[in-house]
Design a protein around this ligand. Sequence first.
Ligand SMILES: *[C@@H]1O[C@H](CO)[C@@H](O)[C@H](O)[C@H]1NC(C)=O
Ligand SMILES: *[C@@H]1O[C@H](CO)[C@@H](O)[C@H](O)[C@H]1NC(C)=O
Ligand SMILES: *[C@@H]1O[C@H](CO)[C@@H](O)[C@H](O)[C@H]1NC(C)=O
Ligand SMILES: *[C@@H]1O[C@H](CO)[C@@H](O)[C@H](O)[C@H]1NC(C)=O
Length: 185
Amino acid sequence: MALVSYKNIAFLFFCSLLIRHSLSTLAHSKKLDEKKPCKRFVVYYHDILFNGTNAANATSATVANHTKLGNFNHGMLVVFDDPITKDHHLLSPPVARAQGFYFYDMKSTYNAWFSYTLVFNSTQYKGTINVMGADLMGEETRDLSVVGGTGDFFLARGIVTIRTDVAQGDYYFRLEMDVKLYECY
Ligand SMILES: *[C@@H]1O[C@H](CO)[C@@H](O)[C@H](O)[C@H]1NC(C)=O
Ligand SMILES: *[C@@H]1O[C@H](CO)[C@@H](O)[C@H](O)[C@H]1NC(C)=O
Ligand SMILES: *[C@@H]1O[C@H](CO)[C@@H](O)[C@H](O)[C@H]1NC(C)=O
Ligand SMILES: *[C@@H]1O[C@H](CO)[C@@H](O)[C@H](O)[C@H]1NC(C)=O
């Protein structure tokens, strides 16, 4: 008799676990609301391309020059370690660095592909956000994917909307980056 009721209790416990599990799965598969990121901030990205004379200021360099396919830098690969600031001033103290690369990939227009890590090491945030995607330079704003993160941004996922804020000659450009995370832990 006693044995049976223990079995019953164990069975009820198992059922309650099952229900709890399916409820949390349900909550997780809920459609994400595009208008409601769990974390959002705007920062600025500054890229100063090494041009042979600005080594003291440069933050990026061409490691493979463009090919002769088309007239839009096709194949040019740039590696960068760029400062990220809270406002648009190049000389403001950086809140993070963007470390990665971009390359131009179209023969008929300027178009790039970005892959980088935002490295945060400040009192506010410690950790990384990994970003990648197509920079369709003809568009006013472009969406890159946040594919992961570490530290304060553990397993982050979201969108970084970039907008060219300034492009000065061929050696300096600034992007506004609107970072929106939809999964925060
Ligand atoms: C190189 O870039 C610097 C700014 O970083 C600019 O002042 C200088 O004129 C550029 N030199 C050439 C040869 O384009
Ligand atoms: C390099 O940066 C310094 C400030 O860090 C600035 O004073 C100087 O004008 C810059 N030089 C060039 C060539 O852009
Ligand atoms: C890439 O090639 C262009 C000429 O097409 C040249 O002006 C430029 O200096 C080259 N850049 C590098 C980093 O070699
Ligand atoms: C982060 O900042 C601290 C304090 O400035 C420094 O000691 C540490 O080396 C930095 N870590 C990285 C990965 O830059």
